[in-house]
Design a protein around this ligand. Structure first.
Ligand code: FAD
Length: 452
């Protein structure tokens, strides 16, 4: 299609970020330092992506195990501090699993992202979807669709693809692996929230352990047609509310119009099967009801771009360090597999001894590009490594690194491939980022955020 005949408006910017998820929103805040014009474009009417569309817990700030370390800092801390200031977060201590979670009020987080972005000077364009890219030399012209003004363009010197699906890379012809091509793609999940839950009754009846046993029993006996034997149902910031990650949808392609439509329908159907199960079987839930389904079905992986470096399972499981590492990850591989019977459970594998691995700069620089970074769940990693490095503290860290790198690239008039990574690491440390494993053991308690 020749977009030039239908384009209604044309904008210019220094740095363009596509997608306002945890990665993109953090990238935009990092890039907006008053020197350069920064535009952040988002297809929905609110920021946060997965963080606000469906979830309520940041994992990855703390390593799992008996000696947890806080391994992420900088702009991600500012987000949690803002939530903490109004009592909209608490720590959900957890020794194993993915480690201690930072639980937050997702509706408040929308406001916090808005406010932090505006305060930083980012120009926000919501309800606008990237539908095409034209690359001329070091400049990219991106075509967006907004239902009010039709097609419009933004021409940018530097681009950060934070769309989760690597849409920019796709339209720009940058190579990627599509999830499902080599290993089975991770399953999709519609999350749902229930109100009027009596937590004390639930805990007195055995809490998490009891829930797991009842789910397994219902699944084995077929009393409720549950899609899986386990799942998370946890307390939220809002009183008497719980949030669940339990639905499991497989064998459908979220990048295909028919696939994603079927997935949305199946996810909603399963959510209400779970509602019946909770009300009938779980003490404390007798009078509970679903009060909200996720804004869309949760998609764990789609496209993973080929970068200058590809993070591997071996890197994660040998706690590898790199000279050019830009952040740390200590989260286990958490692979929501389909399994041979269609419904086997999640596969976990931990970084040995509660350690961390470093994530190198090359994982956010696409191989065949000079003015582009790719962050968040479409960064450069194999299926297994991605299954470890996709928690939101890590996607925020990628964004923080890419936004800072884009500024450095303009400052030094060097492209993404050639910037001085040592200078990037110094700038990140100045922002408060953590790039080396700290010695200090984190002080974890429900209200313990400020102790770290
Ligand atoms: C069901 C589920 C449960 C999870 N549980 C947890 C958990 O409990 N804790 C945790 O830390 N992590 C969890 N994860 C992983 C984590 O949430 C994601 O890896 C992370 O949020 C991805 O962030 P992102 O910014 O890369 O992508 P996203 O959050 O997907 O953001 C991408 C943004 O880009 C926008 N966008 C997409 N395409 C376009 C386009 N063409 N034009 C304009 N905008 C576009 C989207 O609307 C979205 O806002 C979970 C993931 C899923 C799916």
């Amino acid at each position: 299609m020749n977009f030039s005949t239908v384009v209604s408006k044309a904008f210019q910017t220094d740095i363009l970020i596509i997608g306002s998820g945890s990665a993109g929103a953090t990238a935009a805040i990092a890039a907006a330092q008053g020197k350069y014009k920064v535009i952040l474009v988002e297809r929905y009417g609110f920021p946060g992506g997965t963080s606000t569309q469906m979830l309520d817990t940041f994992y990855g700030f703390f390593t799992p195990g008996e000696t947890p370390r806080k391994i992420v800092g900088g702009i991600p801390d500012r987000i949690v501090n803002a939530l903490n200031a109004t009592g909209d977060m608490f720590l959900r201590p957890n020794t194993y699993g993915a480690g201690t979670g930072v639980n937050y009020n997702p509706e408040k987080l929308k406001l916090v992202w808005d406010q932090q972005l505006i305060k930083s000077g980012v120009a926000l364009y919501y309800h606008s979807t990237l539908v095409g890219v034209e690359q001329i030399g070091e400049t990219s012209t991106c075509v967006f669709f907004h239902k009010g003004i039709g097609f419009f363009t933004i021409t940018a010197k530097r681009v950060i693809d934070a769309s989760g699906d690597a849409d920019y890379c796709h339209w720009a012809g940058i190579p990627y692996e599509k999830a499902g091509e080599k290993e089975p793609a991770q399953s999709m999940t519609t999350t749902f929230r229930m109100s009027n839950v009596e937590h004390k009754e639930y805990e007195a009846a055995g809490g998490k352990k009891m829930l797991r046993e009842k789910m397994a029993e219902a699944y084995e006996k077929g009393t409720h047609p549950l899609p899986r034997k386990e799942g998370s149902a946890h307390e939220m910031c809002q009183p008497k509310c719980i949030s669940t990650v339990a639905v499991k949808v497989t064998d459908l392609d979220p990048l295909d119009v028919e696939g994603i439509t079927k997935a949305e329908i199946e996810g909603r159907k399963q959510s209400f099967i779970f509602e019946d199960f909770f009300r009938a079987e779980i003490p404390g839930y007798q009078n509970a009801k679903i009060i909200g389904l996720s804004h869309q079905i949760g998609v764990r992986e789609t496209r993973r771009v080929y970068g200058n470096y590809r993070l591997t399972k071996k890197d994660c499981m040998t706690a590898k360090t790199f000279d050019d590492q830009i952040f740390l990850c200590g989260a286990p591989i958490e692979d929501h597999r389909k399994g041979s019977n269609g419904y086997s459970e999640t596969y976990w594998q931990y970084v040995p001894k509660g350690g961390t691995y470093g994530v190198p700069y090359g994982t956010i620089v696409p191989k065949e590009s000079s003015n582009t970074w790719v962050v968040g769940r479409c960064f450069s990693a194999t299926h297994d490594a991605h299954a470890s490095c996709r928690s939101m503290a890590q996607t925020m860290s990628m964004g923080q690194a890419a936004g800072t790198a884009a500024v450095l690239s303009l400052d030094s008039d060097l492209d993404a491939q050639n910037i001085a990574v040592k200078r990037l690491q110094d700038s990140l440390i100045q922002l408060g980022a953590i790039v080396q494993m700290p010695d200090k053991i984190a002080n974890i308690s429900r209200n313990g955020w400020t102790n770290n």
